[in-house]
Design a protein around this ligand. Structure first.
Ligand code: GLU
Length: 469
């Protein structure tokens, strides 16, 4: 059975790079009927916060990636780590090192001077004497000397490193007894039964160290997949400005969770030139061996495009549900389906949808200056007044957009006018600007009574304006 995990450190929010490796791990486990586990790497109590842990869990919930079983917290597993440190000490695979900080600094300085790579020289590796007093020792693991560590990375291919070149007897427990990062990761991945580790390639250099730990305990290695980073369009590290923001910011900006997943699955993986993937399709098609070997570039326009594609096809019920978070309650809106259909092609995000919908549903409190100048010239007030009286005496049904179209056609005919003579006046009256969906749609959405009020308000505005002249 394939078991994967996502192992964020709660030092801040969950960012999209993290979510992408989580998604890959999720897909790979689930497509194989395996398990996807979540482990919070919260041992660094100075840098971790409960809030950040909560934020990660919240983001997970929003995108709908559910872990199997309970969440693991490293902070609750200290006993396991300590027990394993002791085990290595007992088996002489690890040892206490009494080197003081001064000694370490001196050694470093000498190595730098000799143009050598700074590394611990193993002076306590086989120490048999009496330990110096007054020093709380650290515990170091015995890294095999002069050995080549080889593993096959599912994305990068075969990786070989010489132990002497990339590591020393690294610390597994600090002098206060707390275990170090690479040690606990290996312990956890083993006991959680992780078979496939998919993570960012910024962790590639940690892997040999973790393998040293696996080997010290005689455990089988998992399979590793190190995923290249997401870069900005200039090929630099992704910054907040480029989009490396909190996953929940995307929610606030009006992106759908499945869009974000769709966007992320394609950042670093592809299936022909297909762009739109449902979760089921991702599950069917995803394989980590197809992950790109080179870094991928974040493309904000594509994310926006994807979101608009999803919005175009979204159900009415879903709109109603999602828009509540954007301060728009469609429940009581009689013509909500007309409203949604009028805007779904015009709004790329839920946020944009909400603001465009409010512009229709709420009476304008002002009129856009540019539109007023351009479209409410001499004669507009008279046309608006004529329209008002035509509307007041109109006897036919006014409900669906088609009926408003009939109303307008009748009015134009009677007064020998063209559509352009009235369309922008109606737009400005209803939304306050000259940009809106079809006038028949927006009249139908607000209804006859509200239409009269808004026409009246605009007439009054023009009266006041003309008096001031
Ligand atoms: N906690 C690490 C991080 O947030 C991930 C460790 C791993 O995946 O092995 O970058």
């Amino acid at each position: 059975m394939i078991v994967t995990r996502f192992a964020p450190s709660p030092t801040g929010y969950l960012h999209i790079g993290g979510l992408r490796t989580a998604l890959y791990s999720y897909l790979w486990a689930k497509k194989n009927g395996g398990k996807f586990l979540l482990r919070i790497e919260d041992t660094d109590l100075k840098r971790n916060s409960l809030e950040a842990t909560k934020a990660i869990e919240e983001a997970f919930k929003w995108v709908g990636l559910k872990q199997d079983g309970k969440i693991y917290y490293q902070s609750k597993r200290m006993d396991i780590y300590k027990e394993h440190i002791q085990k290595l000490l007992d088996e002489k695979k690890a040892y206490y090192c009494y080197m003081s900080k001064d000694e370490l600094d001196t050694l470093r300085a000498e190595q730098m001077k000799a143009k050598q790579r700074p590394r611990y020289d193993g002076r306590y590796r086989d120490f048999k004497g009496t330990p110096p007093s007054g020093i709380e020792p650290v515990v170091r693991i015995k890294t095999p000397i002069n050995e080549t560590i080889t593993f096959s990375d599912g994305i990068k291919g075969k990786i070989s490193v010489k132990t002497d070149e990339v590591m020393d007897d690294f610390i597994i427990a600090r002098s206060d007894g707390t275990p170090t990062y690479n040690f606990v990761v290996a312990i956890d991945d083993h006991y959680m039964g992780i078979t496939d580790i998919i993570r960012g390639d910024d962790h590639l250099s940690n892997t040999p160290k973790q393998i040293v730990v696996y080997k010290a305990f005689g455990w089988d290695l998992p399979k590793f997949y190190h995923v290249p980073m997401i870069l900005n369009p200039q090929g630099k590290k992704l910054s907040k400005r480029d989009g490396a923001m909190d996953v929940m910011e995307y929610k606030k900006e009006g992106y759908l969770p499945e869009v974000l997943l769709n966007f992320l699955v394609r950042l670093g993986w592809s299936h022909g030139d297909q762009e739109i993937f449902t979760l089921d399709e991702m599950l069917e098609l995803f394989d980590p061996k197809d992950i790109n070997k080179s870094a991928s570039a974040y493309n904000a326009q594509k994310l926006l495009w994807l979101n608009s594609e999803y919005i175009k096809n979204m159900s009415y019920e879903r709109f109603e549900k999602e828009l509540i978070d954007f301060d728009l309650d469609l429940k009581s809106i009689e013509k909500k389906e007309i409203l949604i259909d009028a805007l779904r092609e015009r709004a790329k995000t839920l946020k944009e949808f909400s603001s465009k919908a409010k512009a229709i549903l709420q009476r304008p409190t002002s009129y856009e200056e540019k539109a007023v100048k351009k479209f409410l010239k001499a004669g507009a007030k008279e046309v608006a007044k004529e329209f008002k009286s035509y509307l007041n005496s109109y006897k036919e049904d006014l409900d669906i957009p088609f009926e408003y179209e009939k109303l307008i056609n009748g009015f134009l005919k009677q007064h020998n006018l063209k559509l352009k003579d009235i369309a922008q006046i109606i737009r400005i009256a209803i939304v306050g600007s000259a940009v809106s969906p079809s006038i028949y749609d927006i009249m139908s959405i607000i209804g006859k009574d509200e239409l009269k009020i808004r026409i009246d308000n605009l007439i009054q505005f023009m009266e006041e304006r003309d008096e001031q002249k």
